[in-house]
Write a protein that binds this ligand. Structure first.
Ligand code: NAD
Ligand code: 6OH
Length: 486
């Protein structure tokens, strides 16, 4: 059986405790690897290696050379594309058609985009007058923040991890990554690539394990970690923020969502259906900015519901290698239990089940997998838990509306504020509506159209800070002002 070790100071190492945990293929329920579980000892070693790397070659590389090596990281991921793809699909069960277009190429691109950005970003300078007439010159200098703790989720494991590691390294930091216990493989494999690309030992470290009482929690508590960037559940973010309060360490959070889509009657319905199909069901509904609440203007409500139902029922479920498959399993049996709990709750709360609502019949080989039906509901009240809580599964509730004011109020009536999507042919209305929607990502007539240079993040309980483009630099670097009396 394959064994997955920590990657510390440029080497793969075993846990001191000798503890291992299982890595399960969610499509079959089979154990595909044994993973070393890190504890305090491994976090201590990784943080020390990161600190030493900052003082070593990495801290003194000319910027052009640092960026050249990050480009090489991206190139090596692309050269080893098939290995990354196989590892990601084995850990998540997601269709290869998705991982080969999104997870792996965008995971690689994160190293190039941020290297190019950081190389070209200016800092400010101000000349100021002084009473003696000679003046003074102010200019800002940007420096790495230090050792960054990176805690990443399982839904897009490589992509969401490199989305943090890319800018962190571009800014000259060193990182200690704690990938999700569900999806350790691509984060582990990236260690080899870092060595191949000439990233000095200790710059990129990986410690596997769980959250509370394990590597995740120890990483957030470690005094040698200067800042923590986290993508995951809002509840976990709350725990991490408490830990980071000790020592006043900075946090950057991409958390949960309960994202609305608004479909006006004048929308191109073909587009709106296609977009909502993806936003509700892509990656088996496990996308942070996916849609779980759909509001449709009353004249087109019935047509929209019946066409989305037809679309959901036409999804092709199956193993990731099948090129026609566009719908994989959930990440784990545990997560399926949670999602199925909401499927039952929807019925208890009085929903009409338009389609789905349970577990599909699968061939015997996939009997142990976390398969679930794509599900659509109507008829729930606005206070139903199914309409208010993040489910993170392939499901949505559709509700009719009659006016712009009404739908803006409904869309904003949530603790979250990550994403919202508006479908209309009237661009004046689109602009009017999005400016009132409380969300960090606003799409008009599209979904998941994402330029990596743009700001990414959520309002309210969906996060703190923005990553992406130059915005991440605020988190991954420290600005100091230099004032020179002339
Ligand atoms: P999770 O919060 O359960 O786990 C995320 C990571 O945190 C894992 O590595 C886990 O081991 C670790 N962790 C858990 N408890 C911890 C603790 N006390 N201290 C330190 N680390 C701890 O999230 P998940 O289930 O992996 O991912 C799904 C969630 O992520 C959903 O809520 C989804 O909305 C959110 N998400 C948000 C975004 C975004 O960009 N806003 C993107 C993807 C996923
Ligand atoms: C969150 O679940 C997915 C985020 C994906 C991206 O930000 C991207 O641009 O690929």
């Amino acid at each position: 059986m394959k064994e997955i070790r920590h990657f510390i100071n440029g080497e793969y190492v075993a846990s001191e405790s000798g503890r291992l945990f299982d890595d399960i293929d969610p499509a079959t329920g089979e154990n595909i690897a044994r993973v070393h579980e890190g504890g305090k000892a491994e976090i201590d070693r990784a943080v020390a290696a990161a600190r030493a790397a900052l003082d070593g070659e990495w801290g003194h590389l000319p910027i052009a050379e640092r960026m050249a090596r990050l480009h090489r990281v991206a190139d090596r991921i692309n050269e080893r594309f098939e290995e990354f793809l196989a590892a990601e699909c084995a850990d998540t069960g997601k269709p290869r058609s998705m991982a080969s277009h999104i997870d792996i190429p965008r995971g690689a691109a994160n190293f190039k985009i941020f290297a190019d950005l950081v190389k070209n970003v200016p800092t400010e300078s101000f000349h100021m007058d002084t009473p003696d007439g000679t003046g003074a010159l102010n200019y800002a200098i940007r420096r790495p923040k230090g050792v960054i703790g990176v805690i990443s989720p399982w839904n897009l494991p490589l992509l969401l991890m490199t989305w943090k590691v890319g800018p962190a390294l571009a800014c000259g930091n060193a990182v200690v990554v704690k990938p999700s216990e569900e999806t350790p493989q691509t984060t582990a494999l990236l260690g080899e690539v870092m060595n191949e690309a000439g990233i000095p030992a200790g710059v990129y470290n990986v410690v596997h394990g769980f959250g509370p009482g394990s590597a995740g929690e120890y990483l957030t508590q470690h005094k040698g970690v200067d800042a923590v960037t986290f993508t995951g559940e809002t509840r976990t973010g709350t725990a991490i923020m408490k830990a980071a309060a000790e020592g006043i360490r900075d946090v950057s959070f991409e958390l949960g969502g309960k994202n609305p889509a608004i479909v006006f009657a004048d929308a191109d319905l073909d587009q709106a259906i296609e977009g909502t199909m993806r936003s509700a069901f892509a990656n088996c509904g496990q996308v942070c900015f996916g849609t779980e609440r759909v509001y449709v203007e009353r004249p087109v409500f019935d047509e929209f519901v019946s066409r989305l139902k037809a679309g959901a029922e036409a999804l092709k479920m199956g193993p990731s290698q099948d090129p026609d498959v566009n719908f994989g399993p959930l990440i784990s049996q545990e997560h399926r239990d949670k999602v199925l709990g909401y499927y039952r709750l929807a019925e208890e709360e009085g929903a009409t089940v338009v389609t789905g609502g349970g577990v599909p019949e699968m061939p015997e080989a996939f009997g142990g997998g976390a398969w679930i039906q794509p599900t659509i509901w109507t008829g729930l009240g606005d206070d139903a838990r199914v309409v208010r809580e993040e489910i993170f599964g392939p499901c949505c509730h559709i509700r009719p509306f009659d006016s712009e004011d009404e739908v803006v109020g409904l869309a904003n009536d949530t603790d979250y504020g990550l994403a919202a999507t508006v479908w209309t042919r009237d661009l004046a209305r689109a602009n009017r509506v999005v400016r009132r929607l409380e969300a960090g990502l606003l799409w008009v007539n599209s979904w998941f159209l994402r330029d990596l240079r743009t700001p990414f993040g959520g309002m309210k309980s969906s996060g703190i800070g923005r990553e992406g483009g130059v915005h991440g630099l605020e988190f991954y670097s420290e600005l100091s002002n230099v004032c020179i009396k002339l």
